[in-house]
Design a protein around this ligand. Structure first.
Ligand code: ADQ
Length: 456
């Protein structure tokens, strides 16, 4: 078997990932690469005056990391543009936020071609290539044009949207056709896989058989659902670390006997934070007896803050949390603590463990790893309750959570109340079953199932 080459927009060298503040996706890729002496190729995050295609190569933990700089115009049109202002909102069902600008799609095509140009010389005959996420949908097509005949797989970390949505995108057929140059296309959920199959049949006049072999545009590829997991063992170990113990004790001490509801998210409009704040307000209104007995900690790490929609959601959240605190707070109680910082993973594990309720209510999410981390970090003797949006990919697997519609304040408020009063026995039973899933369907299982399917 040849080497594994992972390609993603940004790269987090494995050495950093173990203790740092990097997100779940980077953790998952690092775990995958540790097993293979592979190459991780991507954008350095830096820009220079003109594109040179020169690589900077580092070696970390048995993995070769190869980074390329882009131009400023690439960052604006490809990254801030087509990736984060066109595809991200569209794939998360926010057509109101989608920018359809031709310069963005041109920048996207240019960067995918530049990636292919820089990567091609690194590829050996028996390597297999695994491309990550929506930034690089046409990369296989670009590589094939350069004569690369290796196995190439693609994994989409975000949802694949319903046919009626994807067909609003100018040149959607061209984008989907390019995907047929992959040997395998992986989705997070059966729901996304089925939405893709529906496009193939209804919009492209193609065919899908029951083994996931799809034919359209005169080409054939395979599709499948490969739900991503977390490095559960690593996360459990992190939750027993000294840093986690300190974070747990600090958080619990600050509660003064109150119960804590916790949200942890990248600050993104898809995560349903404003709706979550309003549902919590509804809970306080519906249950005046619970006021001063609970508080809600929302940790939201700012991201993509050059994009206007992210600046907007940030100021809206400040306003809504301020208004709720103004309306309900007392001299010794503040209902919401809203924190905009990133924590180390071990500290985060301690905070998860201190929370009586994990409130994970995205309006759309490919998977949502916070839900899985929250479960992995719990004390088996006295576990907290997971409240989970039915619109997160994780809801396909985590059926023993309290599943809610994140758009319904009443439903979320009722689930909070139910979670706070849930008897220990039921909490343990639900947690045991959720934790079995998180442990069994971990990041290694995800990687193995994808890689095995790619090599088949
Ligand atoms: P994200 O949208 O980033 O990922 P998610 O899966 O929840 O969403 O991962 C977030 C990660 O960031 C988690 O590992 C979490 O611990 C970490 N994180 C969040 N806030 C943090 C904070 N304040 N401090 C430290 N760490 C923090 C995309 C898709 C998801 C999909 C993943 C993986 O949008 O649907 O699950 O990729 O495929």
């Amino acid at each position: 078997m040849g080497r594994l080459i992972v390609v993603s927009n940004r790269v987090n060298p494995p050495g950093d990932a173990a203790v740092g503040t990097v997100g779940g996706l980077a953790m998952a890729i690092s775990a995958a690469l540790r097993e293979y002496s592979g190459i991780w190729f991507g954008w350095s995050g830096r820009t220079r005056e003109t594109f040179t295609g020169q690589l900077s190569i580092q070696h970390a933990d048995g993995v070769t990391v190869a980074l390329v700089d882009l131009e400023e115009q690439d960052r604006l049109e490809y990254y801030n543009g087509y990736a984060n202002r066109t595809l991200w909102p569209l794939f998360h069902y926010r057509t109101d936020l989608v920018a359809y600008e031709s310069s963005f799609s041109e920048g996207y095509a240019r960067v995918n071609s530049r990636f292919a140009q820089t990567l091609t010389p690194l590829i050996q005959d028996d390597d297999f290539i695994w491309v990550q996420d929506y930034h690089l949908l046409p990369l296989a097509h670009e590589l094939r044009e350069k004569g690369v005949a290796n196995r190439i797989g693609f994994f989409l970390h975000i949802p694949w949207p319903a046919r009626r949505l994807i067909t609003t995108l100018p040149r959607h057929a061209q984008l989907v056709e390019a995907l047929f140059d992959y040997d395998l296309i992986g989705f997070q959920t059966q729901d996304s896989r089925d939405a893709f199959a529906d496009y193939v049949v209804q919009a492209a006049g193609g065919a899908v058989n029951e083994d996931g072999v799809v034919t359209a545009f005169g080409k054939t590829t395979r599709i499948g659902a490969f739900p991503i997991g977390i490095d559960a063992k690593e996360f459990v170990a992190a939750s027993h670390s000294e840093a986690a113990e300190v974070a747990f004790s600090r958080t619990r001490a600050s509660l003064l006997g109150r119960k804590m509801i916790l949200g942890v998210d990248r600050l993104d409009y898809s995560k349903g934070l404003e709706e979550r704040f309003l549902a919590y307000e509804q809970f306080l209104t519906d249950h005046p007896e619970q006021q001063e007995k609970v508080f809600f900690l929302q940790v939201a790490t700012p991201s993509r803050d050059e994009v206007e929609a992210y600046q907007d959601i940030r100021s809206r959240l400040e306003a809504v949390s301020g208004r709720i605190n103004g309306a309900f707070a007392d001299v010794d109680w503040v209902p919401i603590r809203y924190v905009n910082r990133a924590y180390r993973r071990d500290v985060l594990a301690g905070i998860y463990r201190a929370a009586h309720i994990g409130l994970v209510t995205p309006l759309r999410d490919g998977m949502n790893l916070v839900a899985k981390e929250y479960v992995a970090a719990q004390d088996p003797e006295d576990p907290g309750v997971l409240v989970l949006s039915e619109l997160a990919g994780a809801a396909e697997q985590m059926r023993e959570a309290l599943i809610v519609n994140p758009f319904s304040r009443e439903e979320v408020a009722a689930a909070i109340e139910r979670g706070l009063s849930m008897p220990l026995e039921e909490r343990r039973a639900r947690w045991t079953s959720l934790n079995d899933g998180v442990t069994h369907d971990d990041v290694t299982a995800w990687r193995d199932s994808f890689v095995e399917a790619l090599q088949r």
